[in-house]
Design a protein around this ligand. Structure first.
Ligand code: 5GP
Length: 183
């Protein structure tokens, strides 16, 4: 689905489908170089990272393993609570593997901090983070993010895996949701 099919639900498009594809290809090339000769495991955070996992993994020119975690970081509102619960854990033993945690978006970084300390305690050979989108608030969080797709302003965005109330994940571009949709 593209933004022309949304009938005014977005105030504007922040990143187009073409810009997403180009940036994911650049990140894949960096990862190819950085992980040469290593046993790479991509860990996608459900559900938002589904699109980037599919595109990034196929843009790589090397083998990778893929696994998934699901966590709840938000209550019913759109503010991060800092309370993170694992809803689905990995099937893979990450001990000795080079793990790249793949996130859709980092806002406060509270979800990320929890995931990084949880995964680090399992003894991977290395652990890095990739996020498609990073909001300004994330800069105040000490967790290092090795690969960032786009730095975006502090607006609520949807598309490319990111939802509002379960919808808009299948939007090919990413845009800011119009207030009339959630008010
Ligand atoms: P954090 O813990 O970094 O504040 O929040 C991270 C999570 O909040 C993301 O994985 C995502 O589920 C949600 N989130 C934060 N900002 C946005 C946004 O602009 N749009 C959507 N759809 N989800 C967001």
């Amino acid at each position: 689905m593209d933004d022309t099919q949304l009938d005014g639900d977005l105030t504007r498009v922040l990143v187009t489908k073409e810009e997403l594809a180009a940036r994911i290809s650049e990140l894949a090339a960096e990862i190819d170089r950085d992980y040469a000769g290593k046993d790479l495991l991509l860990v996608g955070v459900l559900n938002g990272a589904v699109m980037v996992m599919a595109d990034l993994s196929r843009a790589l020119t090397r083998h990778c393993r893929m696994d998934w975690m699901a966590v709840s970081s938000y209550g019913s509102g759109s503010q991060s609570s800092g309370v993170v619960r694992i809803l689905k854990d990995l099937s893979t033993d990450v001990t000795g593997l080079d793990v790249l945690l793949v996130e859709d978006i980092i806002d406060t970084g509270l979800t990320l901090s929890y995931l990084v300390s949880n995964l680090r305690s399992r003894g991977p050979a290395s652990l890095r983070v990739l996020t498609v989108f990073r909001k300004p608030e994330a800069a105040r969080n000490p967790v290092e993010i090795a690969y960032v797709g786009f730095d975006i302003p502090n607006e609520f965005v949807v598309g490319y895996g990111l939802d509002y109330d379960g919808r808009y994940r299948n939007l090919t571009s990413v845009g800011a949701l119009a207030p009339h949709v959630y008010s």
